[in-house]
Design a protein around this ligand. Structure first.
Ligand code: ADP
Ligand code: MG
Length: 360
């Protein structure tokens, strides 16, 4: 098996069901051999987008190409794209081997080539010893590996997966994430992977496409999404974020000064915002420092709650004018033993905070 992935491009794709825009003007470029996740809450359009890539659903407008070939109107069985679901959809009366051979028989492949491919696929998913078993004689993880073997056995250049590990328990899921990623790297196939689990998307993907209400909210590497969220939705959906509303007071050298009811704070400049405009500042808890001295810089608030999390302690700080700010501090630091009600100053490196337009 020496499949080489193909590039997949999606251009201005639209799909609506009555008044609902399930997929709204999505454009996306997935490189050959790249692993891209579609990440978003339930109902954000992930499955609809994947089904259009597979050819089981059809856009009202837009274009899909694979390896430069326009497949927008090509039937599913002519796309050479494999699809793996959460429900394994194995044939219960067939052995593991016959399940895996099924797509090859459909393609009328000769017996010797079929057998060679079966052996290769079984080896890939480490199920050589289970070829004669029925699906019911396998664990959930093994069944999912059979479904994977059946997907990769015809050497597809593109593999689509819709929450393939969703039915597995957490430990097995984490194990399978690593296996899947290794398998994809060995195959060289392009993978588009749907999940609503941000941790799964961040660990497995070269890039993540964050979906919100049918739209692509941001496409980027896990690191860039985390460090530089493009909007408040991505900041909130990926990782922990505290939001502080305020007003832009000025800007110098790529840093904005923001006036808030709790004092003056700083954040990276957002070019779309102007002086005097309402904005919301977003900052990750691990970037927030807490001090008790009255003269320290930063926002002035009161400790509301201190939550022990093991290596770190989450200090929740209530700000005047409403809202809370979370600071994750090392469990061994003095800030970890702050008492509720204590007045504190919260601060951060200005370039660690983002600024977005005020909601509404
Ligand atoms: P996700 O996979 O991200 O959970 P879906 O793509 O399944 O989201 O759904 C996106 C939106 O489209 C949702 O609002 C959903 O209710 C709607 N939708 C999806 N499939 C259909 C359908 N066959 N008929 C009507 N509405 C649908
Ligand atoms: Mg779905």
């Amino acid at each position: 098996m020496t499949a080489k992935g193909l590039q997949v491009t999606v251009e201005n794709l639209w799909r609506s069901y009555g008044p609902v825009n399930a997929v709204a003007d999505v454009s996306l470029d997935v490189g050959a051999g790249e692993f891209v996740s579609l990440l978003g809450p339930s109902g954000s359009g992930k499955t609809t987008l994947l089904m259009m890539l597979a050819g089981f659903d059809h856009p009202q407008s837009g274009r899909i190409t694979v390896g430069g070939r326009d497949i927008t109107h090509v039937p599913a069985n002519k796309r050479d794209i494999a699809l793996v679901f959460q429900r394994y959809a194995l044939f219960p009366h067939m052995s593991v081997a016959d399940n895996i051979l099924f797509p090859l028989k459909m393609r009328k492949m000769g017996r010797s080539e079929r057998d060679a491919r079966l052996r290769g696929a079984l080896e890939m998913v480490k199920l050589e010893a289970f070829a004669e078993r029925k699906p019911s004689e396998l664990s959930g993880g093994q069944q999912q590996r059979v479904a994977l073997a059946r997907a990769i056995v015809f050497d597809p250049p593109v593999i689509l997966m819709d929450e393939p590990l969703g039915a597995l328990d957490k430990k097995l899921r984490q194990h399978m994430q690593i296996e899947l990623k290794e398998l994809q790297q060995r195959l060289g196939a392009t993978v588009i992977y749907v999940t609503h689990d941000q941790e799964e998307a961040l660990t497995m993907s070269d890039r993540v496409a964050v979906m919100n209400h049918g739209r692509l909210a941001q496409l980027g590497s896990p690191r860039s999404l985390y460090d530089h969220p493009a909007n408040a939705f991505v900041a909130e959906f990926i990782g922990e974020t505290s939001f502080v509303p305020g007003r832009i007071a000025g800007a110098t050298g790529g840093i904005c000064v923001v006036e808030t009811p709790a004092g003056t704070a700083q954040a990276r400049m957002n070019e779309t915002l102007k002086q005097g405009e309402a904005a919301v500042l977003a900052v990750r808890p691990e970037h927030v420092s807490v001090a008790t001295e009255g003269t320290a810089p930063g926002l002035l608030g009161k400790v509301a709650q201190v939550v022990f999390n093991g290596a770190t302690v989450a200090v929740h700080i209530a700000l005047p004018g409403g809202g809370t700010l979370r600071a994750d501090v090392p469990a061994i630091s003095p800030a970890a033993s702050l008492q509720p009600g204590t007045a504190v100053r919260a601060s951060w490196q200005p370039d660690r905070a983002s600024l977005f337009p005020a909601a509404g």
